[in-house]
Every structure is written in C-alpha cells, then in structure tokens.
Design a protein around this ligand. Sequence first.
Ligand SMILES: C[S@@+](CC[C@H](N)C(=O)[O-])C[C@H]1O[C@@H](n2cnc3c(N)ncnc32)[C@H](O)[C@@H]1O
Length: 79
Amino acid sequence: MVRAEHWDAAYIEHGIDGVSWHEPVPETSLQLIEALGVEPAEPVVDAGGGGSSLADELVARGFADVTVLDLSAAALEAT
Ligand SMILES: C[S@@+](CC[C@H](N)C(=O)[O-])C[C@H]1O[C@@H](n2cnc3c(N)ncnc32)[C@H](O)[C@@H]1O
C-alpha cells in the first residue's frame, strides 16, 4: 500500500472525526502558534493538516492566508 492509500483508507474507514488523532479543537497547535507570535497577516501552512480544524480556527481568529497541505485526497475532500 502506498503512503497516500494508507492515509486515505484511515479517513474513509473512520471519517475525519473518527480517526484516533482527531481533536475537536487543536489547542496545543493554537497555543504554539500564539506563543511564537505568528500574526494573522502572516501566511500559515498546515503541513499534513488532514481533517484538522486548525485552518478553520485560524480563519476564525483573523488569519487570512491559510493553506492546508496533505497527501490524502480523502481527508481534503471531507474537510
Ligand atoms: C496523524 S495525521 C494528523 C492530521 C492533522 N494534523 C490532525 O492533527 O488531525 C497525519 C497527516 O499527515 C498526512 N501526511 C502524511 N505524510 C504526508 C506527506 N508526505 N505529505 C503530506 N501529508 C502527509 C496524512 O495524510 C495525515 O492526514
């Protein structure tokens, strides 16, 4: 199984909010971004973002340039 198929299979089988790593709100990531002093005007790339709500949470906080990069088409389509 190639890597993308592995991740696709997990998201298809469990759904984006049913995978073991899902967090309703990615609090630690948000705290780290705040601690680093990243400003809402700065671009942010969520590498391996999958079905995370991090991008939504950042947009809700005024970030306007947020990109989600992931090799799982299933995750990106569901998100
Ligand atoms: C453990 S999940 C975490 C997803 C998300 N960050 C979250 O917290 O819900 C890892 C994610 O990385 C993605 N991924 C793994 N290898 C990757 C690669 N080489 N390039 C882009 N995405 C990748 C997977 O498809 C999966 O969505």
